[in-house]
Design a protein around this ligand. Structure first.
Ligand SMILES: NCc1[nH]cc(CCC(=O)O)c1CC(=O)O
Length: 311
């Protein structure tokens, strides 16, 4: 079978390349004869590596160039970590496929300590995520949280240099890069709620590209899709980007979906949390409903201060 190749626009970090290769392999396996090519690109987020992301307006920093390539016809799809995908898409593009989720939990990584609880007073924890910072500080106000940027390898290097006593990373990223052995402790959602969509890979394409959409369809995982859409509906109502202290986690039990979520002050001094359970086919309504409840319960005050705008 000869056919036009499918071109995947991708960043060049090891994790981004792993994800693009994963989708390439899945497409080629599902559609024998199909040719899939990677189109490596550099995004603004890759260039501004020294400024804390929260200060440069993290939203979408890593995806704009990939989206432009799809709009210009230089690429057909882009593969994203769902937790980095912004709420809105440019006209003509959409997220059409969500693949099976890897471990959604955060991982505690340290050369000297076994868990957050085991850290001594004043220990330095590396993370640039306000969500992680908020939950770590809420649990252990005595710890010092220090900014930590760069791709997974860079972050591990900074830990090994002794700049931090421990760092927190997504388990999924470490597992994908064959770095499972660096995980000292899988942090359960009860301790730190993961980011919306964490551990799931999603695929974006031109919404009117019927051929590509049909080719992508078999790669979708129904359960992951319900869970991530539920989490994202909650996040969308809160207008959350990756730089807002919002955690959430949806799980499926039979035909029911259970969603937990929280919004906190970055310093952990206040956390508003809640949960909801309901029928799977109502996943998105449940997410929006939980967001409304969180706003009523105090999240509105926290978020309006962060956004300096009405929620
Ligand atoms: N924000 C960066 C990012 N985006 C996705 C992952 C990990 C994999 C995933 O969640 O799918 C990571 C690294 C991390 O947070 O440690």
């Amino acid at each position: 079978m000869t056919s036009t190749p499918i071109r995947i626009a991708t960043r060049q970090s090891p994790l981004a390349l792993w994800q693009a290769e994963f989708v390439k392999a899945a497409l080629e396996e599902t559609h024998p004869g199909l040719v899939v090519e990677l189109v490596p690109m550099v995004t603004k987020g890759d260039i501004i590596l020294d400024t804390p992301l929260a200060k440069v307006g993290g939203k979408g920093l890593f995806v704009k160039e990939l989206e432009q390539a799809m709009l210009d016809g230089r690429a057909d799809i882009a593969v994203h970590s769902m937790k980095d995908v912004p709420v809105e898409f440019p006209e003509g593009l959409g997220l059409v496929t969500i693949c099976e989720r890897e471990d959604p939990r955060d991982a505690f990584v340290s050369n000297n300590y076994a868990s957050i609880d085991a850290l001594p007073e004043g220990a330095v924890v590396g993370t640039s995520s306000l969500r992680r910072q908020c939950q770590v500080r809420a649990k252990r106000p005595d710890l010092v949280v220090k900014d930590l940027r760069g791709n997974v390898g860079t972050r591990l290097g900074k830990l090994d240099n002794g700049e931090y006593d421990a760092i927190i990373l997504a388990s999924a990223g470490l597992k994908r890069l064959n770095l499972h052995d660096r995980i000292r402790n899988e942090i359960e959602p009860e301790e730190i709620l993961p980011a919306v969509g964490q551990g799931a890979v999603g695929i974006e394409c031109r919404v009117d590209d019927e051929r590509v959409r049909a080719l992508l369809e078999p790669l979708a995982d129904a359960n992951t899709t319900y869970r991530v859409l539920c989490e994202r509906a909650m996040n969308n109502r809160l207008m959350g980007g990756c730089q807002v202290p919002i955690g959430s986690y949806a799980e499926i039990h039979g035909d029911q979906i259970h969603l937990r979520a929280l919004v906190g002050e970055p310093d952990g001094s206040k956390i508003v949390s809640g949960e909801v359970t309901g029928p799977l086919e109502k996943a998105e309504e449940l997410g929006t409903g939980l967001a409304e409840q969180l706003l009523e319960d105090g999240a509105r005050v926290i978020l309006e201060k962060l956004y300096q705008d009405e929620v």
